[in-house]
Design a binder for this molecule. Structure first.
Ligand code: ATP
Ligand code: MG
Length: 553
């Protein structure tokens, strides 16, 4: 990953702006609307905005775009701050668009005074009908002819709460024939008698997105205002307002939003999943939210690497979620502690092993020379994985079978001598012998076996619940799939193993540690864990199982 990367188009713009002295330093902002938890698409925007400022020695503001009073909550504000911090970024300032309400109101008054805005009493249907179509110009109504004095009075009265919701709006007077529909006298203020999470009941008129976003950028002296492609048509209005208000000339630049396979990225849809209980909350480990990914065990480093690698595109595309998982695996491989956990136990008894316990050292992470080691208790009775044994094994089966030998990881070579079954013929236990001279690290047995199994000592085993996650959706392009997106939910996205058996070192580790359960995947402790029961989430499998499935099909 160390090849010299060429600049993305936004970096090129920034470098040119700095080189020709347009700006001495850059300021960017990340402007979430606090109406939900952030998702991986927002992570892309965060990495881009904060990454640019970091690279060019500028700064980034965190600005809550909280101009819509009805959907915004403090819970969301807090979660957003947590997520940005967790991703590894710090903002220069924490701002709220609602803090600018007074200034924005002043901007509106200024437009009225310049004859560039008017109060319209039409219904929303009338306004829509008068707007025309992209090929037919719109028409102005009589309200557009109101005098400046009349408009100032009406706007003052709107603010004073004299009118009910929807009875009047303030519109910018631009061009009813513009090919850009957003310039056909756009609504810039509406009446909404609603409680706002920060301003309370102080306001009953609220600015529209297009009369808040660009202006907030200007107020903060944002040099590069980066947003997603759907805002391209808004740019003319963004520039018009700045020009007419004669305020700091922020500029808007658009890039393609991140879309990912098997994933939805819309707060509105994610909220539906939460409300309708398809998942267990915003931070359900199957969610594409940053909090879900964090709970699942993804690392901020891996997410940042991913965002960096996918780059900044000018055209929409669909990124393979497997790429994100690749970066997660790559990072976890370097940091995860190796531990042994048996999911579906088959007991084995080592008939020639004494009734004592031996502590066997094993490296925490062979990829990390400074990772140290832990000691694993080994005894006469062990659990192995039931599917690591076959009574009638095919050729080239290197796991355990009658008369066959395997190595137990960090321990000894064992040989299966006897298969014990119950009345129904189910295998209940294996009797094995071990080779004392085959101890890992001091093996003098001269015997080479091809299979190495993970295991746990029965009397020392710690029970744990293990949650195995799969993709939340069955189709690749959920956003464009037919029907309701919820029709495509994968019913098997969560498998719970309620009684797995873990080596006792797992009790002593730090809750933030990442694990590789040997031969099983990467895991992290879940917040549902209690003193009585450990709960682990599978972060990601060891290999990309879906790539294999697709090839097979
Ligand atoms: P959603 O539709 O999920 O609610 P949004 O765009 O309405 O997303 P905002 O809170 O308004 O969410 O977004 C904050 C910033 O994150 C914006 O600058 C927006 O362009 C950016 N953003 C949102 N989704 C994506 C995405 N999928 N890829 C890249 N950037 C995104
Ligand atoms: Mg939005």
């Amino acid at each position: 990953m160390s090849e010299e990367k060429s600049l993305n188009f936004i970096e090129e713009i920034v470098e040119a702006d700095l080189a020709n002295g347009k700006y001495a330093t850059i300021t960017t902002r990340f402007p979430p609307e606090p109406n939900g938890y952030l998702h991986i698409g927002h992570a892309k925007s965060i990495c881009l905005n904060f990454g640019l400022a970091k690279k060019y020695g500028g700064k980034t503001n965190l600005r809550f775009d909280d101009t819509n009073p009805v959907t915004e909550e403090t819970e969301y504000v807090d979660s957003i701050k947590d997520d940005v911090r967790w991703l590894g970024f710090s903002w220069a300032n924490e701002f709220y668009a609602s803090d600018y309400f007074e200034q924005l109101y002043g901007f509106a008054v200024k437009l009225i005074e310049k004859g560039l805005a008017y109060v319209d009493d039409s219904t929303s249907d009338e306004i829509a009908a008068q707007k025309g179509t992209p090929t037919i110009p719109g028409v102005r109504n009589v309200f557009a002819d109101r005098t400046v004095a009349e408009n100032l009075q009406l706007f003052t009265d709107m603010r004073a709460g004299k009118y009910p919701d929807g009875s009047k709006v303030l519109r910018a007077k631009i061009d009813m024939a513009s090919p850009n529909m957003l310039l056909r006298d756009p609504i810039i203020y509406r009446i909404k008698h609603a409680h706002h999470h920060r301003t309370g009941d102080k306001w009953c008129i609220y600015p529209m997105y297009d009369f808040a976003h660009g202006q907030s950028d200007s107020i903060e002296n944002i040099t590069h205002s980066i947003c997603t492609l759907e805002f391209i048509p808004h740019r003319d209005l963004y520039d018009w307002c700045i020009e007419k208000l004669e305020i700091f000339p922020s500029h808007q630049y658009e890039f393609a939003r991140l879309n990912m396979t098997y994933t939805i990225m819309s707060k509105r849809k994610l909220l539906q999943l939460v409300n309708e209980k398809h998942v267990n909350g915003w931070d359900d480990p199957r969610m594409s939210t940053i909090s879900g990914m964090r709970r699942r065990g993804y690392t901020a480093e891996a997410i940042r690497e991913f965002c960096d690698r996918i780059g900044v595109a000018k055209r929409e595309n669909l990124i393979d979620v497997g790429l994100l998982e690749f970066f997660v695996r790559e990072h976890l491989n370097k940091i995860a502690l190796r531990r042994m956990v048996v999911f579906d136990p088959l007991k084995i008894v080592l008939t020639n092993y004494p009734d004592t316990v031996e502590m066997l050292p094993s490296e925490n992470n062979p990829e990390n020379p400074e990772g140290g080691s832990r000691e694993i208790p080994f005894s006469k009775e062990l659990y192995i994985e039931r599917d690591d044994f076959m009574e009638v094994a095919p050729k080239k089966y290197f796991r355990l079978a009658p008369g066959q030998m395997v190595r137990l990881k960090s321990a000894y070579i064992i040989k299966c001598e006897d298969v014990i079954k119950d009345a129904e013929g189910k295998v209940t236990e294996l009797h094995c012998t071990y080779l004392p001279e085959s101890k890992s690290g001091s093996d003098t047995s001269g015997i080479h076996v091809k299979g190495t199994l993970h295991w746990v000592s029965v009397p020392h085993a710690v029970t744990a619940e293990v949650r195995l996650y799969d993709r939340l959706f069955k189709v690749e392009d959920v956003g464009n799939a037919e029907g309701d997106f919820k029709d495509h939910i994968n019913p098997d996205s969560l498998q719970v193993i309620s009684h797995a058996y873990a080596e006792p070192a797992l009790l002593l580790d730090n809750p933030d540690d990442r694990y590789q359960f040997i031969r099983k995947g990467y895991f992290i402790l879940d917040k549902d864990s209690t003193k009585e029961k450990l709960v682990f989430n599978r972060t990601v499998t060891l290999k990309d199982g879906w790539a294999k499935e697709t090839k097979k099909a």
